[in-house]
Design a protein around this ligand. Structure first.
Ligand code: RIB
Ligand code: CA
Length: 313
């Protein structure tokens, strides 16, 4: 089976870094056509820089990195320095990138790539707010039927919210963008907090990373050491959820995950529940299913895969 062609849309973010490294460490299964940065965890100037830092850490400076949208479609940007630190990639001391940022806008790269390649051969992997994806769909509606699949990290049902009591961060930052993506009709798979809160980076799992004794695994362990303090304080858990690599792990070993094909809609009006993913998990409405909403994961299988692949870089 040839590797799957993907575009990673991201707001690094330590967990975004893990997702990108997992993809770059799995060339037999994944071919990263490009990385488009979006404003989210930190402003765009930092997310585009961090994406290049991660590519250089992986020794994959041939992967083109593009800057996308610097603000949500209609709302003011909300960031998460309280979780990711002021650089967005706090933890390890990593050098500023030498590799260039591409001149082309990330949204134009997404549109051009989908139009240039055979239909249904490119998967989009959004790991942050959906601003770039929604803008591409608005600017070029013809690309919707050309997308093989959208596999995204975002939303929540049983776990409800992490940035508000009702909403998960990626959806909350740009709910109008999420609404456009979820109504696009594109084959969509969702990795919500219901799954990502089951992949906790315990001390044992950090030790397993450090035991690889490679620069990439050491840097990842340092990132997680920083990233986890917020969640362990908040949830009292014995580790932080590693959200975004659930997306790239799914592309490599889908059997690690299970879920339901259900209707998921986005709250865009109520200030109280803005950005909530209203997931009809129990099928209590006649709304047409539009997404594969993941609910469970083999957590140890996930970490074994992550550690093994990062050790290859
Ligand atoms: O809610 C978790 C998501 O928000 C992750 O993608 C994290 O990187 C932040 O973007
Ligand atoms: Ca992210």
């Amino acid at each position: 089976m040839p590797p799957r062609d993907i575009i990673i849309d991201t707001d690094p973010g330590q967990d975004d870094a893990a997702a990108i490294l997992l993809a770059l460490g799995s060339p037999d299964e994944i071919n990263v056509l490009g990385i488009t940065a979006v404003a989210g965890n930190v402003p765009l100037a930092l997310t585009q820089k961090n994406a290049r830092i991660v590519c250089e850490l992986a020794g994959k400076t041939n992967v083109p990195v593009f800057a996308g949208c610097d603000a949500p479609l209609v709302r003011k940007l909300v960031t998460a320095e309280h979780v990711h630190g002021k650089t967005g990639l706090d933890g390890p001391a990593l050098p500023d990138p030498d590799m260039p940022l591409q001149d082309q806008h990330g949204v134009d790269f997404i549109i051009e790539t989908l139009r240039a390649r055979p239909a249904e051969t490119v998967t989009l992997c959004p790991l942050g707010p959906l601003t770039n994806i929604a803008t591409a769909l608005q600017r070029a509606p013809d690309i919707a039927e050309r997308i093989q699949e959208i596999v995204l990290m975002g939303g929540a049902y049983f776990e409800v919210g992490n940035i508000t009591p009702a909403a998960e961060f990626n959806i909350y930052v740009d709910p109008e963008a999420a609404d456009i993506v979820f109504k696009s009709g594109v084959n969509t798979t969702i990795m919500p907090l219901d799954v990502t809160h089951k992949v906790l980076v315990t001390l044992k799992r950090i030790d397993a990373l450090r035991a690889q004794a490679t620069p990439v695994c050491d840097a990842m362990a340092d990132m997680v050491d920083f990233f986890e303090r917020f969640d362990t304080d908040k949830y009292g858990s014995d580790g932080a959820p590693l959200h975004d690599p659930c997306v790239t792990a799914y592309l490599i070993k889908p059997e690690l995950f299970s879920g339901r094909f259900i209707n998921v809609e986005i709250e865009t009006l109520s200030e109280l529940t803005l950005g909530m993913t209203v997931a009809d998990w129990w099928g209590v409405t006649d709304r047409a299913p539009n997404a594969m909403f993941m609910g469970d994961v083999d957590a140890q299988g996930f970490f074994d895969l992550l550690t093994e692949r990062l050790a290859r870089l």
